[in-house]
Design a protein around this ligand. Structure first.
Ligand SMILES: NC(=O)c1ccc[n+]([C@@H]2O[C@H](COP(=O)([O-])OP(=O)(O)OC[C@H]3O[C@@H](n4cnc5c(N)ncnc54)[C@H](O)[C@@H]3O)[C@@H](O)[C@H]2O)c1
Length: 349
């Protein structure tokens, strides 16, 4: 009898303390991968939330974490040289559209320099597949819906979008030059438990619970293709074992595909607020505000490409997803923040 086991596949997840990264790392350890997670735990939003996400991963012997910055070239070179990664999922980035107006350099450091370090890592230490996070924001002010991968993405309206668009261009060049198999996933407004405090759903729930006013930009006439986290994770794990083949025709030798990953059902902000009110059993106080700089009117993903490749079929309706988010917020996030406040008050007293 052969008692030797196939070694677990090693996978690097960057941004592992982040919203999507922590969910993905958990799913991958359960699927039998050996997961290395990295993150610099920066203060863009509460590092306590990032640490709490990491704590949920600690019970797995197949997850290890390194606190490090992807813009740190020497450490990144060492990590890739020593890691022996079969695949890489690159999620670490400076996210958020509005923050880029006041903090442009953070985007260049993490999203450009950091991304280059990941590309260099897989160039020097080839792996089977690099999957990286792009964004629906690359579609800019595109008004033809749904957004299709073939649509023009030449007119970003925020620096964040410009960095994501340039990631796709960098990826094409590196894949063309060095034959690295890569998939860029354009995420569409991801939400769910352990979500990001800078995003609308999080802010709305928080404001309603504390009796504060919600700002509805462009008088609430904005819509987003809100995509539940479990659907996103399902899409990533389905695409991971499917690196693009080498192309046999055309001038590009790149083994790169770029795909939307969304819900294909946009929801207007007005309706979103109603769904949140129902889940909370409370009414919102709403202020109708003008359009914000750098924002887009609608996002709406065609997911035909990902569906054809993987059978991806987003399954969670907004009502169900919001209910799950509200439960997590009340049962996990609120106590975490209360605890932090109590500790801060103790140390001030
Ligand atoms: N959540 C969404 O709706 C959404 C939409 C479009 C694209 N994306 C992209 O998906 C990815 C993951 O997003 P998320 O929502 O989980 O965001 P997140 O902010 O929760 O996670 C990103 C993580 O990367 C880490 N990070 C940032 N800069 C770093 C650096 N220089 N070195 C090491 N770690 C660094 C952060 O600390 C954070 O934990 C990002 O690339 C984001 O741009 C997300």
């Amino acid at each position: 009898m052969n008692t030797e086991r196939t070694p677990r596949k090693r996978i690097l997840v960057t941004g592992a303390a982040g919203f999507i990264g922590a969910h993905l790392a958990r799913r991958l350890t359960r699927l039998g991968y050996e997961v290395t997670g990295i993150d610099n735990l920066n203060h863009y939003y509460s590092p306590l939330l990032k640490q709490a996400r990491l704590n949920t991963l600690c019970d797995s012997p197949h997850f290890r974490f390194h606190e490090m910055d992807i813009a740190d070239d020497p450490r990144m070179s060492r990590l890739f040289a020593e890691g022996g990664f079969d695949s890489v999922v690159h999620l670490a980035a400076q996210a958020g559209v509005r923050y880029s107006i006041d903090n442009p350099k953070a985007y260049v450091d993490s999203n450009i320099v950091g991304f280059m370090n990941v590309l260099e890592g897989v160039r020097r230490n080839p792996c089977n597949h690099l999957v990286f996070a792009s964004s629906s924001s690359v579609y800019g002010a595109n008004s033809s819906v749904p957004f299709r991968e073939q649509d023009t993405t030449d007119h970003p309206v925020s620096l964040y979008a410009a960095t994501k668009k340039s990631n796709e261009a960098f990826a094409h060049a590196y894949s063309h030059l060095y034959g690295i198999p890569m998939t860029g996933l354009r995420f569409f407004t991801v939400y769910g438990p352990w979500g990001r405090p800078d995003m609308a759903i999080f802010k709305f729930v928080k404001a309603i619970l504390s009796g504060e006013t919600i700002q509805l930009y462009n008088q609430g006439k904005l819509s987003r293709d809100f995509t539940y986290i479990d659907d996103i994770i399902e899409g990533i794990v389905r695409v991971l074992p499917l690196p693009p083949e080498a192309q046999s025709e055309g001038w590009s030798a790149a083994r790169l595909r770029v795909l939307n990953i969304g819900n294909n059902r946009p929801v207007e902000l007005f309706r979103l607020v109603r769904v949140i009110e129902n889940a909370l059993g409370m009414e919102a106080i709403v202020n109708l505000a003008p359009m914000q700089q750098g924002d887009v009117y609608t996002t709406y993903a065609s997911v035909d490409g990902l569906a054809a490749l993987t059978g991806y079929n987003p399954a969670v309706p907004i009502e169900e997803g919001i209910q799950a988010f509200v439960e997590w917020y009340r049962n996990n996030y609120q106590p975490l923040m209360d605890e932090q406040e109590a500790t801060t008050q103790e140390s001030v007293a």
